[in-house]
Design a protein around this ligand. Structure first.
Ligand code: CP
Ligand code: NVA
Length: 305
C-alpha cells in the first residue's frame, strides 16, 4: 500500500506522473468535463486542526472523480475514545484513502502503520507535501518548466518550507531559505536531503536581499503556525525584519512571482501591497490544491481500481 506522508514517498518520475494526470484532468475540468476515474471510492478526512483549502479541495476533487468523502472532526473521538491503531484498523475497512491533518507528525505515521487504506498527509507540524506539490505545479504552469528555477523562502523554516525543500530538490529547482536565527530549516534535514538527492541545491541565509536575488518565486508563510500561538509575541519580534513587502520584492527580478500557502496574516509576514500585486499568484496557487490532489488520488488509488 502506497502512502503520501512526506515527499520522500514519491520519486521525481512519480511527481511527473502526478503532474501529467493533473494537467489532463485540469484541462478537462476547464472544458466542463469531470472525469469519474474513482467511482465509488471513499475518502475519510481526519482533521485535528482547522482547514479551509485542504478540506474543501479534497472533498471537491473526490466528488469530481466520482467518489465520496466523510469529514471526521471532533465527534469521531480520534485519539480519545480508542487507540489510534483500533480506530485506523476499523476506518480502513471502510474507506480507500484517509487524509490526516494532525498536530504531531508521529500521528500520521501511526495511522499509516495500521491502515489498509492509502494515507495522505494533509499537514503536520513537520510537513505539508500536498501543498508543496501544488505549489510546484503552479510554478510549472507559470514558467513552463521547473528545472533551474530558484525559489526564495523568506520566513519560518517550518512544515511548508520542509516540503518545498524536498520538492525543489526532486524537480531540479534551487531554493534559498532565509530565516532568522532559531527558525532556519534544521541543518540535519538539509544534510540528509543533500545525501538523498544528489545535486540538491538548498542554500540557508539570514539575509533577505541575498535570498531574493535572482529568484523566480518569493514564498512566505505565517510567522506563528497553528499550535504555536503561545509563542506569538516572541515570534513577532524575531521575524520583524523578515516581512515580504514592496521593498523586498523590488530586490527580486521583475518577473518573480509571489506565493503563500495561505491563510496569511496580512501586515505581518506580507503586506497587502504584495498580496494584491500583479506578481501575486496566491489564488491560482490555492486553486491548484484541488487539481493536483486529483493527480495524487488517481496516482495512489487508480492502479487498485
Ligand atoms: N494551505 C492550507 O493548507 O490551507 P488550510 O489550512 O486552509 O487547509
Ligand atoms: N505553517 C502553517 C501552514 C498552514 C497551511 C501552519 O502550520 O499553520
Amino acid at each position: 500500500m502506497r502512502h503520501l506522508i512526506t515527499l520522500e514517498d514519491v520519486s521525481s518520475a512519480e511527481i511527473e506522473r502526478i503532474y501529467a494526470i493533473t494537467e489532463d484532468l485540469k484541462t478537462k475540468f476547464q472544458a466542463g468535463i469531470r472525469e469519474p476515474l474513482l467511482p465509488g471510492r471513499m475518502m475519510a478526512l481526519l482533521f485535528e486542526k482547522q482547514s479551509l483549502r485542504t478540506r474543501v479541495s479534497f472533498e471537491a476533487c473526490m466528488t469530481h472523480l466520482g467518489g465520496g468523502s466523510i469529514l471526521l472532526g471532533e465527534d469521531a473521538g480520534f485519539g480519545k475514545r480508542e487507540s489510534i491503531a483500533d480506530f485506523t484498523r476499523v476506518l480502513s475497512e471502510m474507506v480507500d484513502v484517509i487524509v490526516v491533518r494532525s498536530k504531531k507528525h508521529s500521528t500520521v505515521e501511526e495511522v499509516a502503520k495500521y491502515s489498509k487504506a492509502a494515507v495522505v498527509n494533509g499537514l503536520t507540524d513537520e510537513s505539508h507535501p500536498c501543498q508543496a506539490l501544488a505549489d510546484l505545479y503552479t510554478l510549472r504552469e507559470h514558467f513552463g518548466s521547473l528545472k533551474g528555477l530558484k525559489l526564495a523562502w523568506v520566513g519560518d523554516g517550518n512544515n511548508v518550507a520542509v516540503s518545498l525543500a524536498r520538492g525543489c530538490a526532486k524537480v531540479g529547482m534551487s531554493m534559498s531559505v532565509c530565516a532568522p536565527e532559531g527558525y532556519q530549516l534544521p541543518k540535519s534535514f538539509v544534510d540528509k536531503l543533500k545525501q538523498q538527492v544528489p545535486g540538491a541545491d538548498i542554500t540557508l541565509t539570514d539575509d533577505t536581499t541575498e535570498a531574493v536575488a535572482g529568484a523566480d518565486a518569493i514564498y512566505t508563510d505565517v510567522w506563528t503556525s497553528m499550535g504555536q500561538e503561545a509563542e506569538r509575541d516572541q515570534r513577532l519580534k524575531d521575524f520583524a525584519n523578515y516581512q515580504v513587502n514592496g521593498k523586498l520584492m523590488a530586490a527580486a527580478p521583475k518577473t518573480a512571482v509571489f506565493m503563500h500557502c495561505l491563510p496569511a496574516k496580512r501586515g505581518e509576514e506580507v503586506t497587502d501591497e504584495v498580496m494584491d500585486s500583479p506578481q501575486s499568484i496566491i489564488v491560482p496557487q490555492a486553486g491548484n490544491r484541488m487539481h493536483v490532489q486529483k493527480g495524487i488520488l488517481v496516482w495512489l488509488l487508480g492502479s487498485q481500481a
